[in-house]
Design a protein around this ligand. Structure first.
Ligand SMILES: Cc1cc2nc3c(=O)[nH]c(=O)nc-3n(C[C@H](O)[C@H](O)[C@H](O)COP(=O)(O)OP(=O)(O)OC[C@H]3O[C@@H](n4cnc5c(N)ncnc54)[C@H](O)[C@@H]3O)c2cc1C
Ligand code: SF4
Ligand code: SF4
Length: 437
């Protein structure tokens, strides 16, 4: 497999780590026509070197092997869905929750890393000129500037270009495939293990094309260029799923908002998602020092300000979350898995079917961990088939229309079919289970 093949087969999530391995320095990250960041190669780009750090390359070590290398210790526990860990929690930061996307734990952890001088700099996703990109940051006084989740493509391209120019240690935030790419780099160059001293893993249900934000902006009533997209404007009087999207229209500086619940399910349907995410089996960011996600479980999901689930995987992470500012409950493995049950159902249980389908169509798929591949009943596979189609069509229709009304009209039939198949499949499964009892 080559970088070229990864990109041509839409198996790239734009981590940008391969760029640092191009000895010709010709490769760079660009936007493709589907609204994702991908590498553009030069004539002399050293693809044989670049592919070594790609999280989707067939010839790579998998998450189990890397987990063993980086996180396995006599004192860590192991669960085959969670990976290596010290502690499992749900809760929030008293100081940072209100200004964060979920429980504010990511901001809390980054603040602690700087304050306790465990690292000297952060490489995190932050607003610049109304848009979002990874950048270095070290101003602990203004730590809330780095808060909030951005559901738009970003890339680590600059991290390895600039790391050697930065004095001291660095902490990075990243979704699972980005974290895997960093671990691969560290595996080949142990100096980087010292330099990138801590990784905050952002639990991820899928990478959205930048067209997703364009769609939300139009739904919010923006008619022209916009900036400062806010993906999770919380409602503290309500429950955690009740949040809004907002953005600022550049022409008149007006803030536009849309209630996310009014748009239906934007995640379980696969709308605007990268194809590569359908071949990702790391649900809980298994290779980070700490993994953070939303606590989509009772009673936490009833709290409009949000709660996080937290998996500490290293001793430093465990020490940091035992600080005073956090309100935390210890929870068990089942609760952690339940909080991401939709993601496990799709990413693990449907993976074998998606791989077989793609292979039967002559399409390339990455090599996946054997142990997560499961057969499931025909009807559940039909949900997968409809979801794959809905994902593909959503990007196609947005490229065609770039208009929310026309898009909604065109995608309606695919969403209807997906809902219909899902509803009747689950009813039938419940019925069969009942008569078996
Ligand atoms: C694409 C995407 C999909 C997600 N899907 C899920 C999901 O399915 N289930 C779930 O439980 N949680 C998901 N999350 C994580 C969730 O939205 C919260 O980010 C997480 O719970 C941390 O919340 P917090 O309040 O602790 O973060 P905050 O304190 O608000 O801080 C957020 C941190 O994330 C960093 N960040 C923001 N955007 C990105 C980005 N795109 N890539 C890397 N780092 C970033 C910021 O720099 C900041 O440090 C997803 C996040 C992303 C980016
Ligand atoms: S290393 Fe990252 S940017 Fe490069 S091809 Fe792989 S996923 Fe894409
Ligand atoms: S779902 Fe997996 S492959 Fe997709 S962006 Fe998230 S971590 Fe990367």
């Amino acid at each position: 497999m080559t970088i070229d093949l990864i990109v041509k087969n839409n198996l790239c999530t734009g981590c940008g780590v391969c760029i640092s391995e191009d000895q010709s320095h010709q490769a760079k990250m660009i936007w493709n026509n589907e609204g994702f960041l991908v590498p553009s190669l030069g004539k002399s780009s050293t693809q044989d070197k670049m592919i070594k750090v790609c999280p989707f390359a067939i010839q790579q070590k998998n998450e189990d092997e890397l987990g063993e290398l980086f996180l396995k210790l006599p004192e860590t526990q192991y669960h085959d869905k969670i990976g290596y860990y010290y502690g499992l929690y749900a809760g929030y930061s008293k100081e940072f929750r209100e200004t964060s996307s979920s429980g504010g734990i990511a901001t809390y952890v980054f603040n602690a890393l700087l304050e306790q001088k465990i690292v000297d700099h952060l490489f995190i996703v932050k607003e610049v000129d109304g848009q979002y990109a990874y950048q270095f940051f070290s101003n602990v006084e203004e730590i809330t500037q780095i808060s909030k989740t951005r559901y738009t493509p970003v890339t680590l391209e600059k991290l390895f270009q600039e790391l050697s120019k930065v004095d001291g240690k660095v902490a990075v935030s990243g979704v699972a495939c980005f974290v895997k790419a960093i671990r691969l780099k560290q595996m080949y160059d142990p100096v980087l293990k010292e330099k990138i001293a801590f990784i905050v893993g952002i639990i991820c249900g899928g990478l959205k094309s930048r067209y997703y934000t364009d769609y939300l902006a139009q739904e919010a009533g923006c008619k022209s260029e916009y900036s400062h997209a806010q993906y999770r404007v919380k409602n503290k009087e309500s429950h955690a799923l009740d949040y809004k999207f907002s953005c600022i229209e550049k022409s008149d500086k007006r803030i536009h908002m849309v209630d996310m619940q009014s748009l239906g399910d934007m995640w379980g349907t696969g709308l605007f998602k990268s194809n590569a995410c359908d071949f990702c089996d790391d649900v809980l960011t298994e290779l980070a020092d700490i993994s953070l996600g939303d606590a989509w479980i009772k009673p936490y999901r009833m709290d409009g300000l949000g709660n996080s689930i937290i998996i500490t995987r290293t001793e430093i992470a465990e020490l940091i979350v035992n600080g005073n500012d956090l309100v935390l409950d210890s929870i068990d493995e089942n609760k952690i898995i339940e909080s991401q049950s939709g993601s496990f159902n799709h990413r693990h249980n449907g993976l074998l079917y998606r791989i077989q389908l793609y292979k039967s169509q002559g399409r390339i798929v990455p090599f996946k961990r054997e142990r997560v591949l499961k057969k499931q009943i025909f009807l559940l596979n039909m949900i997968q088939k409809n979801r794959l189609l809905t994902r593909e069509k959503s990007i196609y229709f947005w490229m065609k229309f770039n208009d929310r009304q026309k898009f909604n009209n065109a995608i309606k039939i695919y969403l209807y079919k997906l809902r219909f198949v899902s509803k009747w499949t689950h009813r039938l499964i419940r019925f069969i289970q009942k008569i078996k009892l």
